[in-house]
Design a protein around this ligand. Sequence first.
Ligand code: AN7
Length: 351
Amino acid sequence: MSYPGVIQQYRSLLDIPPHTSTVTLLEGDTPLIPVPALADKLGGGFELLVKFEGLNPTGSFKDRGMTVAISEAAGRGVKTVMCASTGNTAASAAAYAARAGMRCIVLIPEGNVAAGKLAGAIAYGADVLQIQGSFDDALNLVVELTEKHPIALVNSLNPYRLEGQKTAAFEICETLGSAPDWLCLPVGNAGNITAYWMGFKQYHAIKSTGLPQILGVQAAGSAPLVLGHPVEKPETIATAIRIGKPARGEQALQAAEESRGRIIAVTDDEILAMQKMLASNGIWVEPASAAGLAGLKHEIDSGRFDPHGKRIVGVCTGHGLKDPEIVTRGFAPKTLPSDFQAIESAIAEME
Ligand code: AN7
């Protein structure tokens, strides 16, 4: 039988109500790609794999949770859903709502949503509103609006989002036969780290697959969980994780502590450097998605982490196509006449 999407694949392991009426784009089942050359670049002596979540139907991990949130809402006749978003949640909600025949309203922070995400939300037919404020302001507004109106909230405050997102942990355990030693991932609103930890614990309870230590990574300009207090004006080029007050911050800290892992911050330069390193391994991810592995490199380089003999998984949460401007800004291809000789010498010059 062909792969049916995360709900049908894992239904017995998901805490979802009987009224759930499946709306799927066959999300999940993403590849776990070995990157031995990258492991060598980070010092070698360990196994490194990338869970490439950018290969989900709308280009990010959000689809795993969105299929469940929308399916639950569809099953109780919801007509309209709403989310605040730094972009990926918006595109995902828009796609699944469209498939379910629902209206989708998204609230985004003005000027800080990458082109591919905004385009997705528009293409899938969402009503897009941008606010003169941050993601955190947008989320507060969505919580208030969905309490007052018959609109379902589909941010990761919605517990069904986490039910879907935890399936990535199941997949990793199945592919490897056990949990990895370490899992590295970016942290924004902290839904994903919370969901992974739930998933690993649940799978271990059933199949004794062991538990990973978790390295959660924030951007230095948006690192409330590292600083220990909310960040009023979060900043980072990794706009996906430009979040100053994570809704599931407490649970993220708990996941890090319980797993004997930690949450750290990396600079935008470290994020962009890792984005390039991944691309040189054929894996192009958006900046935020490189943060997890940038964090791994940071810890290895600073001597705080000995990877020797370990099996490490880096979660790359969104596709590079989401944010093309990050790589094309400042780049103007050399323009030449359509002439053999001109091209030949230009090629020689570029070598
Ligand atoms: C590529 O879309 O918050 O810690 O509104 O898009 O679960 O929030 C996106 C988050 C990591 C962080 N990588 O995950 C949104 C949004 C990418 C992301 C995160 C996001 P969480």
